[in-house]
Design a protein around this ligand. Structure first.
Ligand code: NAI
Length: 418
């Protein structure tokens, strides 16, 4: 497939109430934008896909292989959220359509919620609040503690865990962490060699690991028994990491003093569905409906991050941050032109997605050599069965190169940048 357009012909279709920052960024680039609040499905989605060069969705709009098959103009798809399960990313890759998301824009929000919960647990805010709402005036200091000088154990010292570490130390906490990878300790935080060591020394344990086979129920009955009596557990990571019945048991038996849990093995699909858990109505347990990353700031950061990735792809062919196609980072053509000799003609850029099979590059080179065109820059990456090459060529015969490349049987899609 061959595509080439001027910038002001790029049509962006945004659904599901994506933060307006994204729309503003696309408009600044001169793209036409249609923004809608609702998610789309069926014929409405097909109509949107038929006309859009860029589609921006959140988690509710499902884009499957047949829908992509009818999206003749689609150049890129943006998931303005963390996950990309709602999209058939493999089918998109096989059509040369990069899928972008924004996995880390809510790191700070999760870290802040965690810190709020550390203090709330040490002061039994949940219990005090609930009793006062019932009319019970309980002014006692019993069981309420400052966090200063207490030990926080962080399991998983990645983006979120390390931010929690910095914030906790700023409040005077001692920080220990356990990670399977070597991680640079920030401030005075200290790594420990085993999970058990961390559990035995911490007054509160907070989990920030991904859902993997290895982290599934990594906090079970045996691990809960290794925690200090009266300690707290926080899980803002993934529901599969904690054995919930075992946690409920240790709260009921008063071995743990409390917990704050934001994620659950089974979560309601939407607003109307009832939430069931052994943890409901247990004293000292703060329950939140998977809102660790849900802040207006995070939504804005997601909009800016995903929009920037889409704009860099449309304008320069950059695929860094794509979840399904080879990642190629490139200088903008304007930036390159700044370094070119004065008066040198501006290069043309050609983007080529192809099947990753032996010999395809030499065929491309042969096509271009036959036209007597010089390749000034070439950037190639492959991922699975898809290859992506960006060519900067001297101007003059770009149209003919694009035509010849689109005739190669291995070609998935060729696009010429203006
Ligand atoms: P990250 O990838 O930056 O850090 C994860 C860390 O865990 C890495 O350092 C990794 O080496 C470590 N790790 C992996 N397996 C481990 C194991 N078995 N034992 C010890 N350490 C292990 O991830 P990030 O961005 O910090 O996210 C952490 C978790 O938070 C993820 O599960 C993510 O899904 C969740 N999350 C939850 C949100 C919410 O709304 N509650 C929002 C955003 C993220």
């Amino acid at each position: 497939m061959k595509t080439s357009f001027p910038k002001n012909k790029i049509r962006v279709f945004l659904v599901e109430g994506i933060h307006p920052r994204a729309e503003a960024m696309f408009r600044e680039e001169g793209f036409a934008v249609d923004a809608h609040d609702k998610s789309l499905s069926g014929p409405a989605l097909e109509r949107a896909l038929a006309g859009a060069h860029v589609l921006g969705i959140r988690s509710k709009t499902e884009v499957d292989a047949p829908a992509l098959g009818r999206a003749a103009r689609l150049l890129a798809l943006g998931c303005f959220c963390i996950g990309t399960n709602q999209v058939d990313a493999h089918a998109a890759a096989s059509r040369g359509i990069p899928v972008f998301n924004s996995p880390f824009s809510n790191t700070r929000s999760v870290a802040e919620l965690t810190i709020a919960e550390v203090i709330a647990l040490f002061r039994d805010l949940a219990g005090k609040n609930e009793r006062l709402h019932r009319g019970e005036w309980d002014k006692s200091a019993g069981g309420a503690h400052e966090v200063r000088g207490r030990t926080l154990g962080i399991v998983g010292y990645g983006r979120i865990g390390s931010q929690v570490s910095v914030l906790a130390e700023a409040m005077g906490m001692r920080v220990l962490f356990f990670d399977i990878a070597r991680r640079l300790a920030l401030g005075n935080a200290r790594p420990v060699r085993t999970l058990d060591e961390l559990l035995g020394q911490s007054d509160a344990v907070t989990l920030h690991v991904p859902a993997t086979e290895r982290t599934e129920r990594m906090i079970g009955r045996a691990q809960l028994r290794k925690m200090k009596k009266g300690a707290y557990l926080i899980n803002n990571a993934r529901g599969t990491v904690v054995d919930v019945p075992a946690l409920a048991e240790s709260i009921r038996e008063k071995r743990l003093a409390g917990a704050a849990i934001d994620v659950f093995p089974v979560e309601p699909a939407g607003k109307g569905e009832r939430f069931e858990s052994e943890l409901r109505a247990l004293p000292g347990v703060i329950l939140t409906p998977h809102i660790g990353g849900s802040t207006e700031e995070a939504q804005e950061a997601i909009a800016a991050d995903a929009a920037e990735k889409l704009i860099r792809f449309i304008n320069a062919g950059v695929t860094s941050g794509a979840v399904n196609v080879p990642e190629v980072d490139l200088p903008a053509q304007d930036a390159e032109a700044d370094h070119a000799a004065p008066g040198a003609p501006r290069r043309h850029r050609i983007l080529h997605f192809h099947r990753n099979v032996p010999g395809v590059l030499s065929k491309m080179h042969a096509v271009i050599a036959q036209l007597g065109v010089n390749i000034a820059g070439e950037y190639l990456q492959t991922r699975g069965d898809v290859g992506y090459v960006v060519l900067d060529v001297s101007p003059g015969k770009t149209d003919r190169i694009v035509r010849s490349l689109s005739d190669l049987p291995e070609t998935i899609r060729v696009r010429e940048l203006w």
